[in-house]
Design a protein around this ligand. Structure first.
Ligand SMILES: Cc1cc2nc3c(=O)[nH]c(=O)nc-3n(C[C@H](O)[C@H](O)[C@H](O)COP(=O)(O)O)c2cc1C
Length: 373
């Protein structure tokens, strides 16, 4: 019998599929709908203490491709395929005091769904570290099952916030440690993928006491310049700043970041994020060793909270387990991490037999011409 339930950082989940911190989890009503739709858990839109004012105009746009891939644009048009989301949205503009009763109400209505509060403060001084502690105490007293520290928001000007924390191993360690001093619930940390060697930040975060790492947040990205208007496709008074790319385009990159970490820390817990819209993509994260996965872009485009996405994920996992019942597989624990060890360095990959090797130019391969010589 297929069993979708799992235990991650000591918490029992009805299934390993969560809504990531993003617009689908920005409000009590969205989260209630998500619980009803069957998500195993949700990570709230990031909650902070600093006032938040977003830019004028759209905060998120969707990049689509058509005409055989020759046209990539945010313009809405039929028959184009989704390539990515692009956003420059800040964290929740609902203050902590307003979130607390809402978190309590969600937990009361849906005790069997896992409620994770994403939180963020600065990290540059003791007052800011005390802010992290205030946030943790507030959300755990409201009944949240875990916290996820946002060390990954890509559009922060402050040097001690968001992705700028995730790029600094010392800040990663100190901030996690400050949170762990007061946390009674598991502490997940969401790292930025925009670093040279994410294993260094992961190591520092685990040294600080993190119970799990979530990855990836969006990758730094700019909109295209429209050849007709000569303006960026998203701009305010002609100006733009780097935002974050999510959705299908980041899936292989996020998998690569995740593989680096799961290989370095095979006994640690990881939540995979980036480009998941159905079982096929979630499966790759599980095979690399992730214990849960999270979804943002695909859920935004499916009735704002992803009722069809969660249906596909749970149906896909059930069908997969049933197909593999003869291996004795009944749950995620039976196949999690099976391909983690297959990601190796280039020099460890097999080479052709020298006797039959002709420079690799005698076979037809997509994107290469056969060498007539
Ligand atoms: C509009 C938008 C807002 C987001 N806001 C947050 C946020 O407040 N906190 C956070 O940790 N991640 C935030 N994210 C990142 C997502 O949680 C997720 O890591 C990223 O989008 C990659 O997943 P996806 O490919 O499923 O979209 C946001 C993403 C989008 C598209």
């Amino acid at each position: 019998m297929a069993d979708l339930s799992t235990v991650f950082t000591g918490i029992r989940f009805a299934n390993p599929f969560l809504l990531a911190s993003a617009p689908p989890t920005e409000s009590e009503s969205n989260i209630m709908r998500a619980c009803e739709a069957g998500w195993g858990g949700v990570v709230t839109k990031t909650i902070g203490l600093h006032p938040v004012v977003n830019v004028r105009g759209p905060k998120t746009k969707f990049l689509r491709t058509d005409d055989g891939g020759t046209r990539v644009s945010m313009a809405k048009r039929p028959d184009a395929s989704l390539l990515a989301s692009w956003n420059w949205e800040l964290i929740s503009d609902t203050p902590l005091d307003a979130w607390i009763p809402r978190l309590a109400a969600i937990k009361k209505a849906w005790p069997g769904r896992v409620l994770v509060a994403s939180i963020m403060a600065g990290s540059g001084n003791d007052k800011e570290l005390a802010n992290w502690q205030l946030l943790v105490q507030g959300v755990q007293d409201a009944g949240c099952d875990a916290v996820e520290l946002n060390f990954s928001c890509p559009h922060m000007d402050r040097v001690d916030m968001g992705a700028n924390v995730g790029k600094d191993p010392v800040l990663c360690s100190i901030t996690t440690q400050a949170v762990k001093e007061v946390a009674r619930v598991p502490v997940w940390v969401k790292l930025t993928p925009a670093t040279a060697n994410i294993v260094e930040e992961a190591e520092a975060t685990f040294l600080g006491g993190a119970d799990a790492i979530s990855s990836s947040n969006t990758f730094p990205a700019l909109p295209l310049v429209d050849p007709d208007t000569l303006e960026f496709e998203v701009n305010v008074d002609g100006y733009v700043s780097a935002g974050g790319l999510g959705g299908p385009a980041i899936l292989p990159q996020s998998l690569a970041k995740m593989a680096e970490m799961t290989r370095a820390f095979p006994d640690r817990e990881f939540s995979g994020i980036g480009g998941i819209s159905g079982w096929g993509q979630a499966f790759s994260y599980f095979m690399l060793g992730c214990g849960t996965v999270q979804v943002a872009t695909a859920a935004m485009l499916d009735h704002a909270i992803g009722p069809n996405v969660i249906r596909d994920l749970t149906a896909g996992m059930t069908a997969f387990l049933e197909r593999n019942a003869d291996h004795g597989w009944t749950s995620l624990a039976d196949f999690r991490g099976l391909r983690r060890g297959n990601v190796v360095s280039q020099s460890a990959i097999g080479r052709p037999d020298p006797a039959t090797y002709h420079g690799g130019r005698d076979e037809e391969a997509e994107g290469y011409a056969v060498d007539p010589a």
